[in-house]
Design a protein around this ligand. Structure first.
Ligand SMILES: *[C@@H]1O[C@H](CO)[C@@H](O)[C@H](O)[C@H]1NC(C)=O
Ligand SMILES: *[C@@H]1O[C@H](CO)[C@@H](O)[C@H](O)[C@H]1NC(C)=O
Ligand SMILES: *[C@@H]1O[C@H](CO)[C@@H](O)[C@H](O)[C@H]1NC(C)=O
Ligand SMILES: *[C@@H]1O[C@H](CO)[C@@H](O)[C@H](O)[C@H]1NC(C)=O
Ligand SMILES: *[C@@H]1O[C@H](CO)[C@@H](O)[C@H](O)[C@H]1NC(C)=O
Ligand SMILES: *[C@@H]1O[C@H](CO)[C@@H](O)[C@H](O)[C@H]1NC(C)=O
Ligand SMILES: *[C@@H]1O[C@H](CO)[C@@H](O)[C@H](O)[C@H]1NC(C)=O
Ligand SMILES: *[C@@H]1O[C@H](CO)[C@@H](O)[C@H](O)[C@H]1NC(C)=O
Ligand SMILES: CC(=O)N[C@H]1CO[C@H](CO)[C@@H](O)[C@@H]1O
Length: 413
């Protein structure tokens, strides 16, 4: 009896401790969101799983209205920079001592912000573990939701409606989607946190069809996701790959704790089977293997274009996409070389599942330089990609069904 009473006391003490931790987490959380809202802040997120392996450092000075003078950014090599709106992404993973390439002041504020979102997620994770192991004794409402099914049972072939529709109409159809195009399953804990990155220019008619198709498709898969439309402004040719890099960096800034999985998605491709799970496996996954306009055949074994999925770690290890492919073609093969070079291989679903419908559009002019660029990739990819990404962030708007990132990626020299 005495032992049982002792056990009860211990459980009570544990519960009390948990409450305390929760309260702390709440305070941290509130404080964290205030920090996030401050335009002066520099953001910095590490991945949840392996903080030591791939540390991302993005420094964003774009929302700074004052001071108007040139702001030091993460890469010092670029002496050309002369705009207060410039953003640079630096791969400083292997630089032990980055105080040399980041200015004093930036550095201080960066390290300060760094801990907040990470701390919360760590605490929350700790709580989650505690709750699930205690089995009923300690009930904390939100984090104790069961894990979602890995493969929900009601998935299978679906149809695509290519009829042109109005965005307003689509918006009314999906009230459960949160502003910014976010969703997380209401009654279970999602296994995957996925950013859908969609490069975009002049495809108004496709946007509504895409969103109308993708939201119900993704919700059914019971994943947590956000849709990011990355629009290219400026006069240069379309640069799909560089937009992907911008999408990667900007989407990561939008989510405290960050996304773990990134799906790079052409807007004209719509999945035809909801078993095509939008998650990231151990290897980079090429998803659009079987496209109606290509007679549902894989054009060539090494193809990585259309729709592809990479984890945070994979994408940073290959240094993201190249920034150099202006115009149509080559950038996906370039990514294939990067993947190969880092000893990954490409995973695919079965052809019967990886099926997509392609929307009609005019073909763009191929980039004549693409073969020459490709021949250099294996040698130069560490010096061309996330580590050298530079762009002007024009604006970020959270619409109901998507986050709209407008960027000018033109090179100035
Ligand atoms: C993550 O780090 C742990 C050690 O902290 C290591 O055992 C594990 O293999 C790492 N995972 C990946 C995917 O690198
Ligand atoms: C940088 O911009 C300022 C005005 O914002 C201009 O006066 C200056 O000449 C520019 N410098 C360079 C190197 O372009
Ligand atoms: C990095 O810096 C720490 C101290 O700040 C030092 O202990 C460690 O050896 C350094 N690592 C490398 C690779 O220089
Ligand atoms: C940075 O690296 C230099 C040598 O490269 C070393 O002298 C210095 O102590 C390091 N600083 C920190 C903070 O690790
Ligand atoms: C940091 O700033 C101080 C003065 O503000 C300066 O003396 C010092 O050299 C700077 N350190 C670096 C690494 O830039
Ligand atoms: C496709 O969508 C349009 C517009 O909502 C609708 O009128 C039409 O019936 C749909 N077609 C099919 C086959 O569902
Ligand atoms: C969550 O709720 C939806 C309907 O709102 C239901 O279809 C689904 O099966 C539920 N999932 C779990 C894990 O209970
Ligand atoms: C950064 O670059 C080094 C080589 O310079 C590479 O080994 C490392 O994987 C890269 N890390 C990221 C996060 O890009
Ligand atoms: C350069 C810069 O933004 N410095 C700021 C760092 O943060 C402190 C307080 O958090 C501010 O006072 C500095 O102006």
């Amino acid at each position: 009896m005495g032992a049982a009473a002792g056990g009860g006391r211990a459980a009570r003490a544990l519960r009390l401790l948990l409450l305390l931790v929760l309260a702390l987490a709440a305070v941290e959380y509130l404080f964290g969101s205030i920090l996030d809202a401050s335009p002066l802040r520099t953001y910095l997120y590490t991945p949840l799983h392996n903080a030591t392996q791939s540390t991302l450092r993005t420094s964003d000075k774009t929302s700074q209205v004052w001071p108007k003078k040139l702001t030091p950014s993460a890469t010092i090599e670029n002496s050309l920079k002369n705009s207060s709106q410039k953003v640079a992404f630096s791969n400083s993973t292997n630089k032990n001592n980055s105080s040399r390439d980041i200015s004093n002041m930036t550095r201080q504020n960066v390290s300060e912000d760094f801990s907040t979102p990470l701390l919360i997620t760590k605490i929350m994770e700790g709580i989650k573990n505690l709750v699930t192991t205690e089995d009923g004794e300690l009930k904390v409402s939100e984090p104790s939701l069961p894990l979602c099914d890995e493969m929900p049972s009601d998935l299978g072939p679906i149809s695509v409606n290519k009829t042109e529709i109005e965005l307003d109409w689509v918006e009314k159809r999906y009230p459960e989607v949160q502003v910014g195009g976010y969703y997380s399953p209401p009654n279970c804990t999602a296994r995957h946190k996925v950013a859908i990155i969609v490069p975009y220019r002049d495809r108004q008619q496709h946007l509504a069809i895409f969103l109308n198709h993708m939201h119900p498709f993704l919700m059914k898969q019971q994943i947590e996701y956000g849709i990011f439309i990355i629009e290219q402004e400026g006069t240069s040719d379309f640069n799909r790959a560089k937009l992907m890099n911008v999408g990667f960096v900007e989407s990561q800034k939008q989510k405290p704790g960050g996304w773990q999985c990134f799906i790079f998605h052409d807007i004209d491709l719509l999945p035809l089977d909801s078993r095509n799970l939008y998650s990231c496996p151990r290897q980079p996954r090429h998803m659009s293997a079987s496209i109606d306009k290509l007679k549902f055949k894989l054009p060539y074994e090494d193809i990585f274009g259309g729709v592809s999925a990479m984890t945070l770690e994979q994408f940073t290890k290959v240094n993201g996409f190249s920034n150099k492919y202006w115009g149509w073609g080559g950038e996906d093969d370039d990514m294939f070389y990067r993947i190969k070079k880092m000893n990954y291989h490409i995973a695919r679903y079965k052809m019967s599942i990886a099926r997509y419908a392609m929307l009609d559009h005019k073909k763009s002019a191929p980039n004549p330089k693409r073969y020459q660029l490709l021949s250099q990739t294996s040698k130069t990819f560490q010096k061309d990609g996330l580590s050298t990404l530079e762009y002007e962030l024009v604006r970020v708007t959270r619409r109901h069904l998507y986050t709209h990132v407008v960027t000018n990626i033109d090179e100035r020299s």
